[in-house]
Design a protein around this ligand. Structure first.
Ligand SMILES: NC(=O)c1ccc[n+]([C@@H]2O[C@H](COP(=O)([O-])OP(=O)(O)OC[C@H]3O[C@@H](n4cnc5c(N)ncnc54)[C@H](OP(=O)(O)O)[C@@H]3O)[C@@H](O)[C@H]2O)c1
Length: 241
């Protein structure tokens, strides 16, 4: 049975990815940080729809390296990893504390890399291994007031480009899906007026929805996607990129 680890499965984009991958026959390790209830409900829903597959919850704080032990102890077979967790901080760079920098870097870059190191052998064994980062269009074009977030999202894209070359001979593909503005919890702070201004800037004329991101993740995990690696795919409605 093919199994994938999905971080941020309790998030809006993450739960859309979980539904699409489950529909494609994947068994899933569904990671969450604080939102246990959302993942428990998602697991009940997926078990009802796909009783032959397996769905396990996995709690981890991805700013805390010590939590690597949890993941090593709980995951056995694995063919794919999708990193769909993440947060941002808004404000001028001058006001970002060293601790916040460490957390953003740890969560978006260092911990995913530690997880990949821990599972590289398992993933390569499948001969069709898959790694996908949910990065951001800001990782390519940058955003003022989210300088650190843009930096770590750009680092994810740089990692994808380099690491994909190192493991290509094993059949593992490594890609980034880079959303623009998606209608999720992450954008809940926007006022109606701010959302309208944002939509004016987006050629498609609206925010994206999580299923429009998860669609591309599901394509990348298919066996037929074996010749696409090292790419950043921008899902932005034509915005910024
Ligand atoms: N929404 C957008 O417009 C947009 C655009 C570009 C890129 N993205 C990227 O898409 C990904 C998913 O975002 P989303 O919009 O789906 O946001 P979301 O609904 O707020 O989900 C965020 C996810 O990150 C997890 N998380 C938060 N703090 C964590 C921590 N310390 N350790 C581990 N996990 C943690 C959350 O877990 P709990 O809920 O369990 O706490 C949740 O699963 C992120 O990488 C984000 O940067 C989003």
């Amino acid at each position: 049975m093919k199994a994938a680890l999905l971080t941020g499965a309790s998030g809006d984009i993450g739960s859309a990815i979980a539904r699409d991958l489950a529909a494609d026959g994947w068994s899933l390790y569904l990671h969450y940080f604080a939102n246990q209830e959302k993942v428990e409900k998602l697991i009940q829903e997926l078990l009802r729809a796909y009783p032959q597959q397996e769905f396990y919850p996995l709690q981890m704080n991805l700013t805390d390296e010590a939590e690597m032990e949890k993941i090593a102890a709980q995951i056995f077979s694995l063919q794919a990893i999708v990193f769909a967790h993440g947060t941002t901080e808004y404000g001028l760079l001058q006001h970002v504390h060293s601790r916040e920098m460490d957390d953003l870097w740890g969560m978006h870059v260092k911990m995913p890399i530690l997880i990949i190191q821990a599972f590289q052998d398992k993933i390569s064994r499948s001969e069709n291994g898959r790694i996908v980062f949910i990065s951001s269009v800001y990782g390519a074009v940058g955003s003022g007031l989210e300088v650190l977030y843009s930096t770590v999202k750009g680092a994810q894209i740089a990692f994808v480009k380099a690491y994909s070359k190192e493991v290509a001979y094993t059949g593992v593909t490594v890609n980034a899906v880079c959303p623009g503005a998606i209608d999720t919890k992450m954008n809940e702070h926007l006022t109606g007026e701010e959302k309208a201004e944002l939509m004016d800037e987006i050629p498609v004329g609206r925010l994206g929805n999580p299923a429009e991101v998860s669609f591309w993740v599901a394509q990348l995990l298919k066996t037929e996607s074996s010749y696409l690696t090292g790419q950043a795919i921008y899902v932005t409605g034509g915005w910024l990129k």
